[in-house]
Design a protein around this ligand. Structure first.
Ligand code: ATR
Length: 276
C-alpha cells in the first residue's frame, strides 16, 4: 500500500493551532506528499491516542500544551535537547517501530532571534521570566550561543533556583525572585510565563532593559501581547512575540521528519500579514 504519510499536532485546546497551516505550506513549498491534521487530545487519553495514531500510519506527531511532558514520558528514545528539557514537542516513528522524542522549541527560538532578527546572544545578559516547562525548553539552545549570563526570575523563587541548578554545568546561570533583579539590566528579556496570556505581567522595574535591548514573548497573538507592549513602551529596540519561533520550531520538526529544510521567511511573512 502506498498511503500518504500522516502527521498531526495533538493539544488541548487545539482549535486555534497554526501548525496544520504551517506544515501544509512547508509541504507545498518542498513538494512533499503528506497529510497534517490537528487533533484535540485531553491529557487523560494521550497515551492511547498516540498509540492509535502510530498504529494507523502516523509518521510524526507534534505535541503542544498541556501534553509535552506526557510526550516526553511516552518517547522510547530522546534527543539530547529533549532529555534536558523534560518536554517533547516532536515524536517521530523510527524504522524499528520505536518513538524518538525531540524538543525543537529552543532551536526555533534561537533561529528566530539570531537569524531572522539578527540579535546576537554572544556575551549578552539574558533574563528569562518564568521557570515552568516553556523556560526549561529554551535554556539549552540559548546556552549554546555563549551568553554572558542567564538569569531566571520566577514568582516561586525555589523553582527558578532548582531550574538554574539543572543547567549550571552548561554556563553562567542563576535563579531568583523578581525583587532580586530590580537593579539589574539585561540585553534580552524573554517572557516564558503564562501570565501574558491573561493580560498580566510579572513585576519588572522600568529601567531593567539595556539601551538597544530586546523583548521576546514566547506566546503569540494576533494583537500585541501584554509583554510585547511592555517592551515597546520601555525602550526595546525590538519587541517580538513568538510567531517566528512557532514557524521555526515547526521547520525543525519538518526537517526531522522529511529530511528537507523548508524556507521559513515566506511563511512567517504570510502569517504576519494575516494578523487582524
Ligand atoms: P509552561 O509549561 O507554559 O511554562 P507552567 O509550567 O505552568 O507552564 O509555568 C508557568 C510559569 O508562568 C511559571 O513560571 C509561573 O510562575 P510560578 O512558578 O510562580 O507559578 C508563571 N506565571 C504564571 N502566572 C503568573 C503571574 N501572574 N505572574 C508571574 N508569573 C506567572
Amino acid at each position: 500500500m502506498n498511503a500518504i504519510d500522516q502527521y498531526a499536532v495533538f493539544g488541548h485546546p487545539i482549535n486555534h493551532s497554526k501548525s496544520p497551516r504551517i506544515h501544509r505550506l512547508f509541504a507545498a513549498q518542498t513538494q512533499q506528499q503528506l497529510c497534517y491534521e490537528a487533533q484535540d487530545v485531553p491529557a487523560g487519553s494521550f497515551t492511547s491516542t498516540v498509540d492509535t495514531f502510530f498504529r494507523h500510519g502516523g509518521k510524526g506527531l507534534n505535541c503542544t500544551v498541556p501534553l509535552k511532558e506526557l510526550a516526553w514520558q511516552c518517547a522510547d528514545k530522546l534527543s539530547q535537547l529533549a532529555q534536558f528539557s523534560k518536554a517533547v514537542n516532536t515524536l517521530t516513528l523510527q524504522e524499528d517501530g520505536t518513538l524518538l522524542g525531540d524538543n525543537t522549541d529552543g532551536t526555533g527560538l534561537v533561529t528566530d532571534l539570531t537569524i531572522n532578527h539578527s540579535i546576537s546572544l554572544l556575551n549578552s545578559r539574558i533574563l528569562i521570566l518564568g521557570a515552568g516547562g516553556a523556560s526549561r525548553g529554551i535554556i539549552g539552545p540559548l546556552m549554546e550561543k555563549s551568553p554572558a549570563h542567564i538569569v531566571i526570575a520566577n514568582r516561586t523563587v525555589e523553582k527558578a533556583i532548582t531550574l538554574s541548578n539543572e543547567f549550571s554545568l552548561l554556563g553562567d546561570i542563576s535563579g531568583c525572585g523578581y525583587d532580586a533583579i530590580a537593579n539589574q539590566q539585561f540585553d534580552l528579556i524573554l517572557n516564558a510565563t503564562s501570565a501574558s496570556l491573561t493580560g498580566k505581567l510579572p513585576p519588572l522595574a522600568d529601567n531593567i532593559l539595556n539601551e538597544n535591548g530586546c523583548c521576546y514573548d514566547l506566546a503569540y497573538s494576533n494583537q500585541p501581547t501584554t509583554f510585547v507592549k511592555w517592551g515597546t513602551t520601555h525602550g526595546a529596540e525590538t519587541s517580538l512575540d513568538g510567531l517566528g519561533m512557532l514557524v521555526e520550531q515547526a521547520a525543525e520538526a519538518f526537517y526531522i521528519w522529511r529530511d528537507v529544510r523548508p524556507e521559513t521567511s515566506a511563511v512567517i511573512e504570510l502569517l504576519n500579514s494575516e494578523r487582524i
